[in-house]
Design a protein. Structure first.
Length: 583
């Protein structure tokens, strides 16, 4: 709070709250140690926190509330979700119509107030309170959870004991209001925090809930072990899975609408030592279609992809590790190509998003519907464009190459670390080099990076030590020369600039980004166009290093170079680039 030590001293002096000599000594100590006068007075026990907070409220001109002994109704308390309340020390305690009163430690934190206002759509009235009040109300979250779900935790404990119940019992529990509320709460919090996955992990004594937000897992909440079987049963009912099967993995999906958004959930259930672990992937079906530009493609790389996807035949391959956004890239390309004049068919595992006018087939190995079998059947369906979720084996690879040779445009993914490394990988699978050379159009390697929060990112210049560390791992001078010529960054760098002259950005953390410093994700890419010269090199079985070197000479940006360009543009931080590109 912006209350100066001098200002606080004068108010205390005028009120005669502390003996003048002690006040002056504390003031001098605060000035010399650069601490807040209020903290020193509290430490010396010259004033109690309640009186100090009331004084702060008077100086700031805001209401003061002491809610340490209040019981907040659960429906009011839950307006501000527990993770947000804990992080920002802000709790909702009263609601009148469209007005919500919140108690907080720093009522001048306008970012947090604005964040709550946007999320709730209510007018926020901020009040100052004590640390003790906040701590007491935070405890009520678990109490209100227990009160709200009391039937399942207490009264029905025998029905959902640690031993597995009968299927009928589990179904009854799953349809019960308390368990429905628990699962709804987990989902509501996940949507609010824009999580991509919910992890429900049974432990020896509790059930741990974690959310994956912008690619990173975060602890969300812990629930009593007694609700474990009820939660699992509820999610199985929603996903139309077998309630009495606890020994083998199960996969399913379901949809629901929350606050006008249609969310599809892909559910994976895996037996573990303490029960069954559930991972739910959240897919927002109402989100507007992505564009290649919004994903982070720019300049020459973007032009190459737009040119190559318009070809009538050949292969477009996207590579990268699991969770690097490969499928999203393919869906974006299909969205561009999806016009009434073409027949697009896919073979996927699993079908991530439903797309209009696209015939999507889910593979089912148990009955023999593999990628290869599905692709073979697709070729009899008169397709123009085929998307194969992943090339995993020789048979699928041969079918994909054959389809590309016979006049189809084939989109697919592979697990390799770089664009150039894809070509030897196909040859290792048994493909003939001349066939790969004649069918591959473009290879896109990618990773996902977290974007810096625009509200709080901080500008800085690389220090000597940081630069030395980077130089020991990368050819920094070469990267700089490449970026000076790159269309996206040449306006940000002067021809004579050194690394020490270039501005970068780092995360800080604010209420808009949940104190993470990052919000949302973007891609970094390596786009290898297969032109006549590269085709010839592939036919001659040239190693990946030579292919990459020649592609770079022709203007291809490596992933690390594309990453540094996005760091210079302020999209992400150097630390984030290093995190996702380390091998």
């Amino acid at each position: 709070m912006r209350i100066e030590n001098e200002q606080l001293k004068e108010f205390i002096k005028d009120a005669g709250m502390i003996e003048e000599g002690e006040l002056e000594a504390s003031f001098k100590e605060a000035e010399s140690t650069k601490k807040k006068l209020g903290e020193i007075l509290l430490a010396k026990k010259l004033i109690d926190e309640l009186k100090l907070r009331k004084l702060y409220a008077y100086i700031l001109g805001v209401p003061f509330v002491d809610i340490s002994k209040e019981m907040i109704p659960p429906e009011i308390l839950q307006i501000v979700p527990e993770p947000i309340a804990k992080k920002y020390k802000i709790v909702a305690f009263e609601k009148n119509g469209q007005e919500l009163k919140v108690a907080m430690i720093n009522p001048e934190d306008m970012q947090t107030i604005d964040f709550i206002r946007k999320k709730t759509g209510l007018k926020i009235v901020s009040c100052l309170t004590t640390e003790e009040s906040i701590e007491a109300i935070l405890k009520q979250y678990s109490q209100s959870l227990k009160a709200e779900f009391g039937d399942i935790i207490d009264k029905n404990a025998s029905m959902i004991s640690e031993e597995k119940g009968e299927e009928d019992d589990l179904e009854k529990i799953a349809q019960g209001l308390p368990i429905i509320r628990i699962v709804d709460t987990l989902i509501k919090h996940a949507i609010l925090q824009e999580a991509s996955d919910i992890h429900i992990e049974p432990d020896e004594k509790e059930v741990r809930i974690r959310y994956r937000i912008d690619g990173i897992l975060h602890e969300a909440m812990t629930l009593p072990k007694q609700v474990r079987d009820g939660i699992i049963a509820r999610i199985k009912v929603l996903s139309n899975l077998k309630l009495d099967e606890h020994r083998v993995p199960q996969d399913g999906r379901f949809k629901m609408e929350k606050d006008g958004a249609k969310i599809s959930f892909r559910v994976s259930i895996l037996p573990i030592f303490d029960g069954e672990k559930i991972v739910m992937r959240l897919l927002n079906e109402t989100s507007k279609g992505l564009t290649l530009e919004a994903m982070g493609l720019m300049g020459q790389a973007l032009e190459i992809i737009h040119k190559e996807i318009k070809r009538p035949n050949g292969m477009i391959l996207v590579t990268g590790p699991t969770g690097s956004g490969k499928t999203t890239t393919l869906y974006t390309i299909m969205d561009i190509l999806n016009v009434p004049e073409v027949n697009i068919s896919t073979v996927e595992d699993p079908v991530e998003y439903r797309m209009i006018r696209i015939n999507q087939t889910q593979i089912y190995p148990k009955v023999g519907l593999t990628f290869a079998a599905g692709l073979r059947s697709l070729l009899r369906q008169d397709p123009d464009i085929i998307m194969v979720g992943e090339i995993r084996d020789k048979e699928t690879m041969e079918m994909a190459v054959q389809a590309a040779m016979t006049g189809h445009l084939v989109l697919s993914t592979l697990h390799t670390n770089s664009a150039a490394g894809t070509l030897p990988r196909l040859i290792d699978m048994g493909a003939e080099p001349f066939l790969v050379a004649s069918t591959a159009n473009v290879i896109i390697a990618q990773r996902l990076i977290r974007k810096l929060c625009n509200e709080c990112k901080e500008e800085y210049i690389l220090e000597k030590k940081e630069l030395e560390t980077l130089r020991s791992n990368y050819e920094m001078d070469n990267i700089l020369e490449i970026l000076k010529k790159n269309d996206a960054t040449k306006d940000k760098i002067n021809p004579k600039d050194k690394w020490e002259d270039i501005k970068f950005y780092k995360p800080k953390g604010c209420s808009q980004c949940n104190k993470e410093g990052y919000h949302g994700r973007n891609g970094i890419f390596e786009v290898l166009e297969i032109d006549e010269e590269i085709r010839k090199m592939i036919s001659q079985n040239s190693p990946a290093e030579e292919l990459e070197k020649r592609a770079k000479e022709k203007g291809m940006l490596s992933m690390i170079e594309d990453g540094f360009s996005k760091a210079i543009l302020g999209i992400t931080s150097i630390e984030e680039i290093l995190r996702v590109t380390k091998e």
